[in-house]
Write a protein that binds this ligand. Structure first.
Ligand SMILES: [Zn+2]
Length: 272
């Protein structure tokens, strides 16, 4: 019976506790929402494009939620109809331009904040920089119903780093952001999507409930490495539909590559 090994192997990668990770809904990854002149790293979508993408979700009977709410729904066995919405880095323009659109539609989202760069800029990127939220701005985002997560302390790649850096980036950033918003931070997002088994363990041991990666391999997918789908300025309704189908295929089907990491899809774009 050639199908028996398929089932056994599929269940080994598709479970994390009682969660059926093969049912993990699509989680969209955004950075900024703004009209910008120059954007070589494809970090921003315009407010108009963002509104179109949120309208696309609603038209397809989907509701945008933060990742904490998504994980809660997965645990309750009711993730259908939900899509995770995430914003990495904590740009001021998310508060200004994305939050009004989300509120208009009754959507939630998660913003991943860099704890030691409050009020700074994305100076780690080559190209134009944009302002990051201050402490007050992060509190305002939380008060608007956006879940606050950690994106590390300084925006460091975590694959291959030692325990001291992991502790500062993962553990200390959770403590300082929890103190900032007055609630325990549940979620982490790996800068650049960069992580390994040590980083995933550090995140779990620091008390996080879940973490977002970018293009996690089938062997890595779990609550400490939830895959995300890049959403950018080029993503009109047709491309959003294609990305949703691609996500479903990647998550729900047995990997055709024999269990080896599939690598990112061709149009994933940048990954921080
Ligand atoms: Zn980032």
């Amino acid at each position: 019976m050639s199908s028996a090994p398929r089932v056994a192997r599929a269940s080994s990668w598709a479970q994390d506790g009682n969660l059926r990770l093969r049912d993990v809904p699509m989680i969209l990854m955004y950075h900024g929402v703004a009209e910008v002149v120059e954007d070589p790293n494809r970090l921003c979508v315009t407010p108009g494009r963002f509104a179109e993408q949120m309208a696309w979700l609603q038209r397809h009977g989907l509701r945008g939620v933060g990742v904490g709410a998504l994980v809660d729904a997965m645990r309750a066995g009711r993730p259908r109809g939900l899509v995770g919405i995430t914003f990495d880095d904590g740009y001021v323009n998310v508060l200004e331009s994305a939050v009004p659109e989300l509120r208009r539609r009754g959507f939630g989202a998660t913003a991943y904040i860099i704890s030691d760069r409050l009020g700074g800029t994305n100076e780690w990127d080559e190209g134009p920089t944009w302002p990051l939220l201050s402490a007050d701005g992060v509190r305002e985002l939380a008060a608007a119903g956006i879940e606050i997560g950690s994106h590390g302390a300084t925006h460091m790649r975590l694959a291959g780093v030692g325990p001291e850096h992991l502790s500062a980036e993962v553990h200390d950033s959770r403590n300082s952001l929890s103190a900032l918003v007055g609630a325990q931070i549940r979620g982490f997002a790996y800068p650049y999507g960069s992580m390994d088994a040590h980083a995933r363990r550090a995140v779990r041991e620091a008390g996080y409930d879940f973490a977002c990666a970018v293009a996690a391999s089938m062997a890595e997918i779990g609550l400490m490495a939830l895959p995300r789908v890049y959403a950018g300025q080029q993503d009109d309704a047709g491309r959003m539909t294609a990305k949703r189908l691609l996500h479903k295929a990647r998550i729900a089907l047995r990997p055709p590559w024999g269990g080896h990491p599939p690598g990112p899809p061709a149009n994933t774009g940048r990954s921080s």
